[in-house]
Design a binder for this molecule. Structure first.
Ligand code: SF4
Ligand code: SF4
Length: 314
């Protein structure tokens, strides 16, 4: 079978597995992208997320992750929910409404690699989802799937940005998609103006250490800094503001992935219900959810933070 046929099959299997988009780029070093990341890390924009600086040398060169790597397959999976939270309730980022995407996508990647091995031959490969050693957005752009917007998200002209990005690196030669050319943000700056904490800087740089997602998920301190009081706009876990305001997201359609159906509490709980949440109930509700990452104490801290008034200026 030719590279062309292999490519056709892999894209067809990715659709069968429920992925919305599949693009393929030739495996090569990503020196420029790695340098940009290094500059971002050097400015401390990863906050306390020290893990982001790990595996730096692996990010640059896919063949360090898969010996003999020839192709990087990028897959997008839509998570945009068909239902909304009640207004006024503590807000959860949409990606966290359903089951943990890591598990869901890992299984799909495992199945895709198994199909490749069964039907094409002995192929070495490794799948990644939201994993430190891979520059997923760079590979997505190189695979023609979209551009990186001013809010730092991958944007797709047909579907917006509510996608998970997964990567499968293989030592198999394939037909490559043309890199995405252009930037369709234009003069728009809605995400910059709407960001509640002014975390979006010029030149598509997002200061992770000022982002609500960082404070509500990654920060493990007992307290969120006082200067953030009154700025969270009800976000208790993550933040979607810069995606919600993006005009490209008017093309978002509800996900077809059953695992991402919202857990009932996210759709039904009032502020009072969240305030009375016990640790046992937290474990039960979020057993298979990305919200586990914040832990019970973290979610309680966030809920207290968004419900307490901002201090008056000194
Ligand atoms: S996720 Fe929220 S806080 Fe973070 S950059 Fe976007 S709008 Fe700003
Ligand atoms: S809101 Fe506007 S500037 Fe921001 S990512 Fe979307 S299109 Fe680009």
């Amino acid at each position: 079978m030719s590279n062309n046929n292999h490519t056709y099959l892999i894209k067809a299997w990715s659709r069968e597995l429920g992925f919305d988009y599949c693009g393929i780029a030739q495996a090569q070093r990503l020196d420029d992208d790695a340098r940009r990341l290094e500059a971002w890390l050097n400015k401390g924009m990863n906050g306390t997320m020290a893990y982001m600086a790990n595996h730096f040398d692996l990010r640059i060169d896919p063949s360090r992750l898969v010996p003999g790597a020839r192709s990087v397959i990028t897959l997008l999976l839509n998570y945009f929910p068909g239902m909304q939270q009640p207004s006024g309730a503590p807000r959860f980022s949409k990606y966290a409404y359903g089951e943990d995407y890591h598990e869901v996508i890992r299984e799909k990647l495992r199945q895709l690699l198994a199909k490749i091995r069964t039907n094409i031959g002995e192929v070495e490969g490794r799948g990644f989802v939201d994993s430190a050693p891979v520059l997923e957005r760079s590979w997505a752009v190189r695979s023609g799937l979209g551009w990186v917007g001013k809010n730092g998200n991958l944007l797709n002209r047909q579907s917006g940005s509510f996608f998970f990005i997964a990567t499968l690196i293989v030592d198999l030669g394939l037909e490559y998609d043309a890199p995405f050319a252009g930037d369709y943000c234009g003069t728009c700056r809605r995400c910059i103006d709407a960001c509640p904490t002014e975390a979006i800087l010029p030149d598509k740089v997002v200061d992770g250490s000022k982002c609500i997602s960082y404070f509500t998920i990654e920060l493990k301190d007992l307290l969120i800094p006082e200067d953030m009081k009154g700025k969270f706009e009800g976000w208790a876990f993550g933040c979607d503001t810069c995606q919600d305001v993006c005009p490209w997201n008017r093309f978002s359609k509800p996900t077809q992935e059953p695992a991402f159906s919202p857990v009932p509490a996210i759709l039904n709980f009032s502020t009072g219900d969240w305030e009375q949440l016990t640790e046992d109930k937290f474990r039960e509700i979020f057993r298979n959810s990305p919200v586990k990452r914040a832990k019970y104490a973290g979610l309680r801290r966030n809920l207290r933070f968004i419900s307490s008034p901002a201090s008056p200026p000194a």
